[in-house]
Design a protein around this ligand. Sequence first.
Ligand SMILES: Nc1ncnc2c1ncn2[C@@H]1O[C@H](COP(=O)(O)OP(=O)(O)OP(=O)(O)O)[C@@H](O)[C@H]1O
Length: 241
Amino acid sequence: MDNRLLEVAIESAGYEEESKIVEGISFTINRGELVGLIGPNGAGKSTTIKSILGILQNSKGKIDFLSDSTYSYIPERPVFYDELTLWEHLDLAASIMKIEEQDFKKRAEWLVDLFHMKKVIHKLPSTFSKGMQQKVMLITAFLIQPDIYIIDEPFVGLDPMAMQELLTLIEMEKERGAGVLMCTHVLDTAEKVCDRFILVADGRLKAEGKLEEIRMQAGLPEGSLFNSFYHILQDEINDGN
Ligand SMILES: Nc1ncnc2c1ncn2[C@@H]1O[C@H](COP(=O)(O)OP(=O)(O)OP(=O)(O)O)[C@@H](O)[C@H]1O
C-alpha cells in the first residue's frame, strides 16, 4: 500500500520576483507519521509551508497532495471572523466540510472540553488570550480530521496541559492514518515526539531522517537533536571557510 500523503519538491520560493528564500527543499509526508520541520529563526520554515499551501506567488517546483488528500493548516498567528463565537466558528467549519450535525456536536463538545474551553464557547475568539486563540485553531482542525495536519509552531503559546492534549490528539490522528508536518524550534519536545526530522537553515535542507540518522550525519551517536543539528550547521560553516 502506498502510504505517501504529500510529496514536496520545492525548487525555489520567495516573496519577490527572482528571490530565493528557500531552495531545493524536498521531502515526503507519509500516513501515520509526525514530521518535524526544524530550523532557527528565519531559516525558511514558514516560507516552506506557504509554498506547500500555494500562497506564494514565486514558488517553483512541485507540491503533490497524493490521492487528493485533504489538509488543515494551523498558523502560528490565528485568524478569526470578528463577529463569530467559538461555537459558531466550529459550526461553520463543520458545515463547509459537510460533517453530519450529530457527529459535529459530539466531536466538537469533546474537543472543547479536552482543551478546557467550555466556559468561553459562546464568546468571540478575537477577545481570547494568545494560547486560547491557538486552541480554537487546533479544535477547528481536529474537528475536521483531514489527511494531513500542517502545524506552524504549536508549542510557544500553549500551556503544558494544552501541549499534552495536543500531543495526545496527534497520536490518535496518526493511528487513524493522518500525517502531520509540524514546524517548530522547540527542539527538546520535537526530539521526543517526532518520528522524523527535516532540518533547514538558511533556506536550504541540511539534514533529513530519524533521530539516529541525524545523529549519524552529525557524528554524534548519543547526541541530542539540538546538539546534532548545531554540529551539522557548524561543520558546514567550517567547511565553507
Ligand atoms: N512577507 C515577507 N516578505 C519578505 N521576506 C519575508 C517575508 N516573510 C519572511 N521573509 C523572509 O524570509 C526568510 C525566512 O523567513 P521564515 O518566516 O520562512 O522563517 P522561519 O524559519 O519560519 O522563522 P521563525 O522561526 O522565526 O518563524 C527571512 O529572512 C525573512 O525575513
